[in-house]
Design a binder for this molecule. Structure first.
Ligand code: ATP
Length: 321
């Protein structure tokens, strides 16, 4: 049943990439996303964290249909976007946008800032005077002086370029924004400014975020709920404060234990994970985390744990909780 508060719902989502290493070698398959089910509520920020390669970006791209899913369904406002044809998708595309990690690579170097921000409006046929008016408001909203509008991306700093990328993402007043590590490429001194800007803009424009990050502390600050991914699967998902105060999954516990606590009197025992992350080409049987899990049992090696609601709104995939 569709929940009226739900903006996006993902069911059994999979993305497998076929890799061919040459003419004679066997084909291998990267299981980048492997059976994800979750929903994003209207107006919330859902943070997604996990180590490099766990499938966060692939998930974000699938949700916006920038990538085609191998299996599974994605519903946006109750409509199945996985089966939409090009025409229907084009009509809906304005409602979902992406903010990229590398603001330089994502901005056309040959376009002036005003053209970059107006371009999405042009594609949906918004008339010139309205485009200009909205472009000026967006520049103002993201903190770029109006007088810079005829400059090119290379004339801006990294933080300013990200502000321009954000203005472009907001140009069509989307309902859903996937922010894929939007501050990871920026200087630490600039990161907080951009995070605060993203928070303020959400208040003004009332959109919903899927916020992807490596850094658990960034995600905690910005997210209402947080999902923790490992090797293409969701290990735990709950309200942000609950996840940080009462992590249930051993993987989440290990990730959290690595964050330094500012208060010198509080000590948190660091949980060291053994070994490397296994390859998504050949993920471990049973629970994917069992090869590194400090509490794994024989059952974990053979039986995939169900991703289940353990406390109200707090989900985890672990046999031992
Ligand atoms: N186009 C592709 N072709 C083949 N494999 C891919 C492709 N895109 C991603 N992958 C693989 O899928 C897995 C998941 O990648 P993804 O970029 O989604 O992870 P991530 O969690 O976002 O990592 P990072 O934090 O490093 O960006 C990785 O093993 C990656 O190498």
């Amino acid at each position: 049943m569709s929940d009226t508060k739900e903006l996006v719902r993902v069911e059994g989502l999979k993305k497998y990439f076929n890799l061919s290493n040459g003419v004679f070698s066997k084909k291998s398959v990267v299981k980048a996303v492997d059976d994800l089910s979750f929903s994003v509520q209207k107006g919330e920020t859902l943070g997604i964290v996990g180590e490099s390669g766990c499938g966060k970006s692939t998930t974000g791209r699938l949700l916006l249909r920038l990538l085609e899913a191998t299996e599974g369904e994605i519903y946006f406002e109750g409509k199945n976007i996985t089966t939409m044809n090009k025409k229907e998708l084009k009509k809906n595309r304005r409602h979902f946008q992406m903010i990229f990690q590398d603001p330089f690579a994502s901005l056309n170097p040959r376009m002036k800032v005003e053209e970059i921000i107006e371009e999405p409006m042009k594609t949906v046929g918004i008339e010139k005077s309205k485009r200009k008016q909205r472009m000026l408001k967006l520049l103002n909203d993201v903190g770029i002086p109006e007088s810079y509008r005829d400059r090119y991306p290379h004339e801006f700093s990294g933080g300013q370029r990200q502000r321009i990328g954000i203005a472009r993402a907001l140009a069509l007043e989307p309902k859903f924004i996937v922010a894929d590590e939007p501050v990871a490429a920026l200087d630490v001194s600039i990161q907080a400014q951009i995070i605060n800007l993203l928070v303020d803009l959400q208040k003004e424009y009332q959109f919903t975020y899927l916020f992807i990050a490596h850094d658990l502390s960034v995600v905690q600050y910005i997210s209402d709920r947080v999902g923790v991914m490992y090797l293409g699967q969701m290990m735990e998902l709950s309200e942000s404060d609950e996840l940080y105060e009462n992590p249930l999954h051993p993987y989440t516990q290990a990730l959290l234990s690595a964050i330094p606590i500012p208060d010198l009197h509080t000590k948190r025992e660091q949980i060291q994970l053994e070994g490397e992350i296994p390859s998504p080409v050949n993920p471990p049987s049973g629970c994917r985390f069992h090869t590194r899990c400090p509490i794994a049992t024989e059952r974990c090696k053979v039986e995939v744990p169900e991703f289940r609601e353990i406390k109200k709104g707090h989900y985890a995939a672990c046999h031992e909780v």
